[in-house]
Design a protein around this ligand. Sequence first.
Ligand code: IPE
Ligand code: IPE
Ligand code: MG
Length: 258
Amino acid sequence: MTPERPERPERPDGTSASPAGVPRHVACVMDGNGRWAARRSLPRTSGHRAAESTVIDVIEAARTAGVEWLSLYAFSTENWRRPSGEVDFLMGLVRRVVRKHAPLLHARGIRCRFLGVTDPRIPAPLARDFADLMTLTGANRGLTLTVAFDHGGRGDIVEAARSLIRSGVPADAVDERRFAAHLPFPDTPDVDLVIRTSGEQRISNFMLWQVAYAEWIFPQVLWPDFRAPHFLECLGAYRQRDRRFGAVAPYTNGEPHP
Ligand code: IPE
Ligand code: IPE
Ligand code: MG
């Protein structure tokens, strides 16, 4: 007798977990650029420059693997604490990368979004390029790429609370679904898998609401050395994880336990 396949558990956001073991939403904390440069006796900025090819590789790997949502943490609200030279470099680099790759991203049917981008210190031309890319790719139906730039998870939650209060919803009517509707890009599904490179094991204020039930993988490899095979390895490891969402069903991503 074939064992009965356990019910696919429902994620806290009410959508079902990914089919065939492919995470629907992967989020990456792109960490380790500075250490990559330091190991080569190069300035930290060289590490950021070297990160560009990883970004392109990972977007393509995610898209071809069938991941529907990819979120990349590029600059946190806390990263403003870095030396101004490094911050300025990052602003310039991100602008060059966005402008250079916009046609390719659009041609691949990728819908691009920027999560954050509220600080007045963000150069106006960069904010305009972000807005232009969102408009250009807004109707695309391929992978949704969310670049978290000037992002902080706590800040998003506070903003959502403000927006909720302004909307006049009575306190007793507030539930998780209504609250989440006030977060930026409320159609974003919960994160299934977070990959943080460089061996650091912390959340650093990244998409706090959306990662509530994510699986986590912490490859040792530094972000500039992370490539498509590493990404696919992470998807393989994810497939072996049990996602229980608080329940007890013996469930492994993709396949039930033998
Ligand atoms: C991540 O690499 C990139 C950004 C935060 C912008 P880091 O710059 O944090 O690299 P490490 O952690 O110093 O190696
Ligand atoms: C988190 O990395 C932010 C990004 C990857 C953009 P950091 O390197 O800034 O995080 P901490 O400060 O080490 O926690
Ligand atoms: Mg770091």
